[in-house]
Design a protein around this ligand. Sequence first.
Ligand SMILES: [Zn+2]
Length: 423
Amino acid sequence: MDILFENAKVITMDEAAPYLENAYVAVKGGKIVYIGEAAPQEQAKRRIDARGKLLMPGLINGHTHVPMTLFRGLSDDCELDVWLREHIWPAEDKLTSESVRAGTELSIAEMLASGTTSFSDSYFFVEDIAEVVQTSGIKANLSRSIIGNGEDFENMPSVSEMRELFSRFHMAEGGRIRVDASIHAEYTTETKCRMKVAEFAKENNLILQIHTSESKSEHENCITRYRKTPTELFLSEGLFDGVRPLLAHCCYITEHDMDIIKAHGGSVASCVISNLKLASGIPDLPLMLENGVNVSLGTDSVASNNNTDMFEEIKLVATLYKGISLNPTAMDALTALCLATVNGARAQGRDDCGILKEGYDADIIMLDFDRPHLVPCHNAISNTVYSAHGSDVVLTMVRGEILYENGEFKTIDIERAKRGVMA
Ligand SMILES: [Zn+2]
């Protein structure tokens, strides 16, 4: 075997045994080949003493736009419209291939250093993003976000980029990189354009990402125009026929919308911090879960978050719903963790990660549980959800490759990335 972690606390997220107190985890050929409390017989090339540490599945960021790391702190505390029109869109007009690469590299570094091993993205400059993902070693579902209002679909540069991304990168690196289709949103596309993107998704069996019912005005304007919610409209246009949707935000979806998402094997990527900061609203995650919807968590971009620390999202969802419902059982710690791991993998259409289990990809993170705010440890799941920070991560592994360890990035020149975003 390649690597053996010894004497670790392990959150597996495997229903059969979600937590092991003093366990061994062995990794070989990118896969987990053993988990158990007895020491394995086979010798390992490298043994890692994980006493005082916690191992868990890498976190899955279900919705982000990685190059927007360039816009961290560029504009806060203003109306969505002002934020977009006066700050974000003018900044996006100035993006170049070089700046997108630097922003992507820094964003991936930030994710690896805070325990994220896979993310779902939609943006432009997608080949630059994909090439950086390829060399970084992280997993990603990448998509070219399509905006279209009546142009000839086949002649849109964004559509050629979508097709090019698909042919160059779908299932690249043994499936570490997957390509999704992406409709930006209802209010930025017209029906024919949406149907064409969905057709492309169906033809190629791709997940279809769409920003959906993020703000109240977006949701209500759609109802005024079509007498349908955005989700109902998408259904009536046939976008979900044979296509699994991944709908981001969903602050205003109805129970009928939830039934539609569930019936099509779809998922929601909720981005609660971004929704709070932009004053968009609060998605009803407990109601979605009650209705059988696969709910995952995302950070959204750093322009509206302003970091990609998934531990912040996990703690927030585990506390927020208690507060607004005055019900301390509204979202328990294990469920919150499930959204960022098991459900995230399902939302990405990946059946080989999100759980630490023999035969699964070795997407593993290690947290230093010896730090003052993590002692004592009466309950490791509680400490992980309510006490830990992304900065407690000391090792991040994707498919058996250590990409980050004790402050050091193995595949990213972090100083170059930092210089690049400040250029
Ligand atoms: Zn978004």
